[in-house]
Design a protein around this ligand. Structure first.
Ligand SMILES: *Cc1c(COP(=O)(O)O)cnc(C)c1O
Length: 344
């Protein structure tokens, strides 16, 4: 048995999801004629109380389109130093938007209005124009840390007052909503753009949706075309997204419970130094000085457990749709017996 804890992107579509995809009514979406794509865009924008949506091939593309919409060349984007948009999108902010990035250092990637306020540039010939703040919820590199709406509201307020746009990288927004109990419908009022990923914990094979005002999405649709992201009979993929929203949101709490159980088991081993507090479906732990992340990962691989390093001495487990309670119990059992190579 292989248990894949590397990422929640590894989920496979269920047979019911595949059936929904196979029976989708499709058309040419570049002509605006794919009713399933339109249904997904309308459904998700209604859920988040925003005007419009745009189905895109990846979360990276939704983020990069949003950043392009909300900046001009020579602007500056403010985000945490852990941000996916900065670290893991291939330098896309520089390449697509010709903007610089101001990196902040929030605890576990969580920013406050105070941290952001002091980094907004004054209007001065020397300074790039601060035009956009990007938040991530949950924070991937922060071990799945969550913003509550109470934390977001003052940031949105600051952005409004200082004339900046606010974008949310919501690759795991439904995990955040599950953890905080906040309502999706309350999100729309705070953000100019929201990226929602369907291919992570929600289990769709492909796709993310960018949400925004009707004006933003009209512009975003043009940028998507220029990025090569205009898709034709994409309704087969959008049907998976609709299925995921209808059937896989309610079960995310299970993933969080599995992550918590794994964290407890990890903290009881003798090779783990510390485990970041679990807030959602990500567990990041630090190995003791005598061990390395690579050594621990290789020992876990030997017993069929796949996971990844986030640094030389840190390892990440991600729980998802394809990690059952029985698999979680199995991993916990294996952790109890594991004897990674000790290099000291
Ligand atoms: C996975 C992820 C994305 C998008 O990734 P794609 O692989 O391009 O879909 C964006 N932001 C965060 C925080 C992510 O974890």
């Amino acid at each position: 048995m292989k248990i894949d804890l590397r990422s929640d992107t590894v989920t496979m579509p269920t047979s019911a999801m595949l059936a929904a995809m196979m029976s989708a009514k499709v058309g040419d979406d570049v002509y605006g004629e794919d009713e399933t794509v339109t249904a997904l865009e309308n459904k998700l924008s209604a859920v988040f109380n925003m005007e419009a949506g745009l189905f895109c091939p990846s979360g990276t593309m939704t983020n990069q389109i949003a950043i392009k919409c909300f900046t001009q060349p020579m602007d500056e984007v403010i985000c945490d130093q852990t941000a996916h948009v900065y670290r893991y999108e291939g330098g896309g902010i520089a390449y697509h938007s010709m903007s610089s990035v101001r990196l902040l250092n929030g605890p576990r990637g969580i920013l406050t209005a105070e941290m952001i306020a002091s980094e907004i540039n004054e209007d001065n010939i020397h300074f790039p124009n601060s035009s956009l703040v990007v938040l991530e919820n949950t924070v991937n590199k922060g071990g799945g840390a969550c913003y509550s709406l109470e934390q977001i509201a003052p940031i949105a307020d600051l952005c409004k007052k200082r004339g900046l746009r606010l974008h949310l990288d919501g690759a795991r927004i439904f995990n955040a909503l599950t953890a905080t109990g906040d309502s999706a419908a309350s999100y729309g009022q705070y953000f100019d753009g929201i990226s929602v990923c369907l291919s992570k914990g929600l289990g769709a094979p492909v796709g993310s949706v960018l949400l925004g005002s009707a004006e933003t999405i009209t512009r975003a649709r043009k940028i998507r075309k220029a990025f090569g992201g205009g898709m034709r009979q994409a309704g087969f993929l959008a049907a998976a997204g609709i299925y995921a929203l209808d059937h896989h949101v309610g079960r995310l709490a299970e993933d969080h419970a599995h992550a918590t159980a794994l964290a407890t088991a990890l903290s009881e081993t003798d090779f783990v130094d510390s485990v970041m507090p679990v807030e959602s479906n990500i567990v990041i732990f630090k190995v003791r000085a005598a061990y390395t992340a690579a050594g621990v990962i290789s020992s876990l691989n030997d017993v069929g457990i796949l996971c990844g390093a986030t640094g030389p001495d840190t390892v990440r487990f991600v729980t998802h749709l394809n990690v059952t309670s029985a698999m979680t119990d199995h991993v916990i059992q294996q952790l109890k017996n594991l004897k990674p190579v000790n290099n000291s």
